[in-house]
Design a binder for this molecule. Sequence first.
Ligand code: HEM
Length: 403
Amino acid sequence: MTTKPPVEDFATDWDHTDPQWVNNPYPIWEELRERCPIAHTHRYGGGWFPTTHEMVSAVANDTVHFTSRQVVVTNNKFPEFAPPAPMGGAPPITSDPPFHQIARRIMLPALAPGPVNALEPQIRELCVQHLDEIAGREFVDAGSEYAQFISPGVISRMLGFPPEDEDRFRDFVHLVLDLVDLPAEERAPLFAPMADYFSRQIDDHLANPRDDFTSYLLGVEVGGSKLAPEHVRGTMVLMLVAGIDTTWSAIGAAIWHLATHPKDLERLVNEPAIMPLAVEEFLRFYAPVTMARMVKEDFEFFGCPMKKDDWLLLGFPAANRDPVAFDDADRFIIDRAVNRHAAFGLGIHRCAGSNLARLELRVAVEEFIKRFTKFELAAGGDVTWAQGQVRGPRQIPLHVLAS
Ligand code: HEM
């Protein structure tokens, strides 16, 4: 366990794992946007946090000054287990051009609207199955008894991993995305079970190829050659990590919102036609994903003296609350008509799984409010939020008022 000083001034010492940020980052970002608007920290070896949509977009679209070599801020800027740029440890998210485009194109067919939409009945069945288990109860935890099961169920099937290994997947995600403030020497050995697990899955798929994304990656050829083993493994890890925590967080945040805003819940129950707009507003307002970049060489960005290998925490969620980019940015408007949010990122790394994410979020919320038509947070229950770069509620204790 680490003990670290609490943050006193986020402008000069930000820490995205500080409890204040974890529990409610929005007032912090708002204040920074007005004061700085690029915050700095010496923690994690030094880094920056821009808070306006303009700056976030400028970074996301600038692959000359920023590299994606590492997209998760930790105490280790140069982990020995991660392949260097331009591939990085989890292509394409850790890849830079021109390799990035090759790695991204490999993933796109599996995540295109056609194959993704075909998953809808399966996703709905998964939701219904978990809802059946909590049906008829007055108190349920929508985080630990519902939201956390949907995306692992979908992704494990896509990758062809045993669905009963779900607990492990959540452990892997917790390690990669939550335990980021551990000292480097404590964190590195924790990756061994994850590496073993992926090796076993790869061996099994090589011995018994089947119709899933893992076998596809093992067989795919680029320019007449199969992918390098570290490429296959890195993309599998990315699918698992990017596919689980993100959507789990989005589903949880949407249900938390409905539990705390009864008028929005009532409207969504009575007017299902607004669901597509509601999904976009859930994504904008509670955007779960913040990614990182590293500075390639010393240069000045909006007047800030950035140094080679500084972190740059890319706050898509902060950009989504920027009043310059959105009317009434700090108001949740369930049927917001114009909503060009940045929840799925901006620039060349824009989320490749957005079709699947939107589908899972819509179906999971639809089925939840079909089953529970009126609910609120349970009195005295503790809502807890994940720490790190993917933010969403983990425990959402609810009092069911009507089902
Ligand atoms: C609500 C759920 C999701 C959100 C908010 C989200 C958000 C994001 C964001 C912000 C990025 C850009 C990262 C960057 O610029 O460094 C990204 C990239 C990516 N996401 Fe998602 N994501 C979600 C779900 C998913 C799912 C379900 C999958 C796949 C199963 C997925 C796969 C990817 C991949 C492969 C990339 C990398 C794309 C590239 O580098 O070209 N995501 N996501």
